[in-house]
Design a protein around this ligand. Sequence first.
Ligand SMILES: *Cc1c(COP(=O)(O)O)cnc(C)c1O
Length: 398
Amino acid sequence: MKRLEEIQEISGKVFFPTYNRYAAAMTRGEGAYLFDTEGRRYLDFLSGIGVASLGHGHPALAEAVCEQAKRLTHVSNLYFMPPQTELAARLTEAASLDRVFFCNSGAEANEAAIKLARKYAREKYGEGRHEIITLEDSFHGRTLATVSATGQAKVKEGFAPLLEGFIHVPAGDIDALRRAVTDKTCAVMLEPILGEGGVVVLPDAYLQTVRKLCSERDILFVVDEIQVGMGRTGKLFAHQWAGIEPDVMTLAKAMGGGLPLGAMLAREKYADVLAAGSHGSTFGGNPVACRAGLVVMDHVADGSFLDHVVEMGELIHARFNGMAARFGFIEEVRGRGLIVGVKLSVPCKEIVARAFEKGLLVNCTQESVLRMLPPLIISEKEVEEMVEILSDIFKDTV
Ligand SMILES: *Cc1c(COP(=O)(O)O)cnc(C)c1O
């Protein structure tokens, strides 16, 4: 299967039509660029939905993965694995959290957090304290529990009955959250920046108040950093901008640099809740994925790397704010570091399609928010290339 046409034809027959894919079959990547079967080159401002944060074909990452694949690929969690332990130690040292559970995806990380919160509350307070408050327009995954947690109707459609006990409140509205908290509440779970929800940055003061509220009521404060953790915002974890310490944090996407790897981290206080036999994963913390994770940590847990993320984020914001003066349909530029949302007053589907034709990969959330999640190693030159392509398209947009 060497040509796009053939791949498209067969794919149309053998896959569930779950994904609306662009007409490209990617075969190779190098830094911020992807190449397809037809020899076309794309500037990747999505990095596989915020996953390939070190860019494509990173030599140190490829080498570590190859070396580990030759040495040992899988043994299950019946045994210790040196790379897994090393990565867990590195993560707990970098985060203000003490315990790690490894899994393979974001949804699984959030599942672990949901199970932890419910079990902690049951053991300490007995039955009935199982409600979890999440935000409207949030996204927490595609498993049944995380679909129930998600605050968007479109992901729930057709899957009822969902898991009970999830309450959604408007993002950023502290009074609504206060009203929703009862003796039945065991956790508040939120994304510090709502990614799929349209790149909505929650104010630091809001996060600080949620922190306080959760501490007062012994409610677990769970931050879903699956999209914005691991350096994406210019700090290792996005909640650090608010100077808070959550009780639980979930990670995935960028954590394995392209390999499937997720994690749920929590404070020491909750360590015994997930006792032996209460939770688990066959693949979770696979040594190959963890070797990749160690390379990612080597790079992103570094001050000058994070400074670069901040700098490139500021450059992108400055360019779009500049364009907003010329193009009236640009309403707002938002985000932090290298998660950028450009809110338009027009639908962005057409703009994204035209960008694809011109060899630029971006996407669209909430109908009218142009979203960018470039590799964190993006250069000034590549930012300018993206700006040139988009401003060209904007000229023809009304
Ligand atoms: C992507 C994402 C998830 C789900 O991760 P999967 O690896 O697709 O299961 C959960 N929460 C947030 C904030 C995400 O961006």
